[in-house]
Design a protein around this ligand. Structure first.
Ligand SMILES: Nc1nc2c(ncn2[C@@H]2O[C@H](COP(=O)(O)OP(=O)(O)OP(=O)(O)O)[C@@H](O)[C@H]2O)c(=O)[nH]1
Ligand SMILES: [Mg+2]
Ligand SMILES: [Zn+2]
Length: 286
């Protein structure tokens, strides 16, 4: 199911988009049909049908409410607005802890020198998939298409980085509002957030969102946090303590790597901020 509208459920089928109503049985059970749900549809002729059954969900995001998401693509701008690496790291942790794949798209590379911003390499070396794009010059769009192909993805990231512009560039005929118009609306807490999955020409499904609002760190144990910083993995074995938070412990391989410039200073700083947050949260529930 890719969108709900006017009491109908629009289902993407191999034969095109079908407008469906819900079988009474589903409605009576109070079962919800979410965008992203895989459903069984009984045809009623001419692009119309009934949703007979909702298949079990692989995953379920709460905000935005989308089922069966495979990956979250975090979009940041190379400039205008300057990339917010704290937000990026926070989103990477939130997405990783939710058990979804995280990928990074650095848009607006037309505004900076060739090669893109230097921080991009840090994330590539940490083994994240990173694509650099421009919705204006269309640089890198083929790689973004590859990243989205065959998957259910959600775009996330701050306002104004070009999420809607990128989708407009990928889907001929699509005319999502761009240019900060949605910014003002998207921030208001009472505005209905309309979620829909767009069908990409290469069979990917992708949702544009006004931003990934679930910025709370999910319930994490303090020892788990460093697993969400993949570049720390290589140095963990050098810590004196088997269970090391890489915080104030002596002879810590991770802190050593930061001191030697092998781990980016801001990544470690953000790690410490998240760690302190997780620890404060744990104390609250003690
Ligand atoms: N130079 C340049 N400008 C871009 C690019 N992509 C988008 N823009 C511009 O950036 C502004 C914001 O783009 P949007 O696509 O509305 O950004 P968004 O991420 O969807 O923002 P929200 O919907 O508010 O979350 C618009 O004025 C776009 O024309 C790009 O690759 N290069
Ligand atoms: Mg937008
Ligand atoms: Zn350590």
């Amino acid at each position: 199911m890719i969108k709900g509208y006017g009491g109908f459920y629009f289902v993407y089928t191999p034969e095109g988009l079908w407008r469906c109503s819900l079988r009474g049985r589903i409605r009576h059970r109070g079962e919800q049909v979410l965008v992203g749900d895989r459903v069984l549809v009984r045809p009623a002729g001419d692009g119309v049908g009934t949703v007979e059954e909702v298949l079990p969900r692989k995953t379920r995001l709460v905000r935005p409410p989308v089922a069966n998401v495979d990956q979250v693509v975090i979009v940041m701008a190379a400039a205008e607005p300057e990339a917010d690496l704290y937000l990026l790291d926070r989103l990477l942790v939130v997405v990783g802890a939710t058990g979804l794949e995280a990928a990074i798209c650095v848009n607006k590379v037309d505004l900076v020198a060739a090669g893109g911003p230097s921080w991009v390499e840090v994330y590539r070396r940490a083994a994240y998939s990173v694509v650099t794009t421009s919705a204006v010059t269309r640089t890198g769009l083929d790689r973004l298409v590859d990243l989205l192909a065959g998957k259910v993805s959600v775009l996330a990231g701050p306002s104004g980085v070009g999420k809607s512009s990128l989708l407009n560039a990928l889907v001929p005929g699509l005319a999502l509002k761009t240019g900060g118009i949605s910014r003002k609306l998207g921030r208001g807490r009472h505005v209905t957030r309309h979620v829909e999955l767009l069908v990409l020409p290469e069979h990917g499904l992708v949702a544009d969102t006004p931003g990934f609002s679930s910025l709370y760190l999910p319930v994490l144990k303090r020892e788990q946090l460093s697993e969400l910083f993949p570049e720390m993995e290589a140095y963990r074995g050098r810590c004196r303590f088997a269970v090391c938070l890489h915080y104030r412990e002596p002879e810590c391989g991770v802190r050593q790597a930061v001191a030697e410039g092998k781990i980016a200073p801001w990544r470690y700083e953000h790690y410490v901020r998240f760690l302190e947050e997780v620890m404060a949260e744990e104390r609250r529930y003690d």
